[in-house]
Design a protein around this ligand. Sequence first.
Ligand SMILES: Cc1cc2nc3c(=O)[nH]c(=O)nc-3n(C[C@H](O)[C@H](O)[C@H](O)COP(=O)(O)OP(=O)(O)OC[C@H]3O[C@@H](n4cnc5c(N)ncnc54)[C@H](O)[C@@H]3O)c2cc1C
Length: 391
Amino acid sequence: MSAPHFVIAGAGIGGLTMALSLARRGIATTVVEKRTGFGELGAGLQITSNSGRVLDALDLALPLKRVSVSSHGLMIRRWANGARVLEMPSSPERMPTPFRMMKRNDLHTVLLDAARAMPNIRLLVGRGVQEVSQDADGVTVALGGQNGEAISALGLIGADGLWSRVRDLTGDASPPVFTGYEAWRAVVPARAGDKPRVTLHMGPGRHAVHYPVAAGREINLVVVRQAKEAREGWSRDGDRAIVTEHLAGASQSLRDLTGAAEGWQVWSLFDRKPAAMARGRIALIGDAAHPILPFLAQGASLAIEDAAVLARLLADTLGREGAAGVPMAFAAYAAARAQRVARVQEESRGNGRNYHMGWPLSIARDFALKRLGPDGLRNRYGWLYDWQDAA
Ligand SMILES: Cc1cc2nc3c(=O)[nH]c(=O)nc-3n(C[C@H](O)[C@H](O)[C@H](O)COP(=O)(O)OP(=O)(O)OC[C@H]3O[C@@H](n4cnc5c(N)ncnc54)[C@H](O)[C@@H]3O)c2cc1C
């Protein structure tokens, strides 16, 4: 009997983690990626311990160590004068899995190299999933491109991001909604004395985050500001004059750091209602299922968690029920993820509101943060960072 086989739409962070997690369990995949090349996309990512544990279990700790920086904690500052609001050193005893900071492209390359080394992962680039039909035995997935290939499999996993075609094909008509924010991202060379941690500057209607990436050689900068109109797609080039104007009221240290940046990229930030994560033999993971605002730095982490849970449930159910069990496994996955995903999405929206408070609410916010203190803040997020998939 041949190995069970699934199609995954999208070779992003979620899609590749999905393929690797299934490959480990003896399940073959064809990963279909619309893009033809994988260039520099999206500057930096924080990979927190909840998703870091999944990547470590895929034996990726060593390659990740080479390209990332382990965070020593979090510093929160006021926008205008850079005054310290809260400093939270990391606690390796409390959280043994490192909180890693890296370039998105470095993480992607680590995943891609691992996927290319697996004989039961087939990667098809330059072709997008266009249509899917399903019956009691499986799915037929039609691809775009010159040859118009169709692939038969036991199921389709949509890991095709915010503008997911697979989500559309499941009949979900709710479109992404522009939030009125855009994120400006750039990288600058690291400076002597920079601490290996995440620094957050909170200001009225705006905030900035920076942290080291590329094994400490560079610093990733993100500035979030309000914007009138949105543009679809991953990113576009940003005009430096706009971000300079936006940072005019920021502290000198933030202006010094951001002033060194060239090549700003801009993302319009969208929100979207969570989708039904499973319909028969089609499942959704990552941004395709539940796009999330970046204010908790959890979009990629949730996609990685999704992949781990779905792979485990699928392998268990296939072992017990055979191919007929696929819809059951997908439904169990949707049920297992719904509550956590909704909570993370809501926390992230809440962070956006908190970060951007104007005076006098910002005074109360800063007071509350100081009172909470580093231990209080760490404990407040225990539910998020302590997450582990069932064995
Ligand atoms: C400013 C900003 C900062 C962020 N910071 C963080 C952070 O620090 N930590 C974190 O965890 N997350 C962060 N995120 C979120 C994170 O980048 C996303 O949530 C994550 O990339 C989602 O992964 P994904 O695999 O679901 O989708 P994507 O990474 O979008 O991948 C989808 C893939 O599917 C492909 N595709 C699309 N359509 C098709 C089709 N029809 N057929 C085949 N392939 C298709 C695309 O080309 C793409 O390669 C941030 C996001 C932003 C905007």
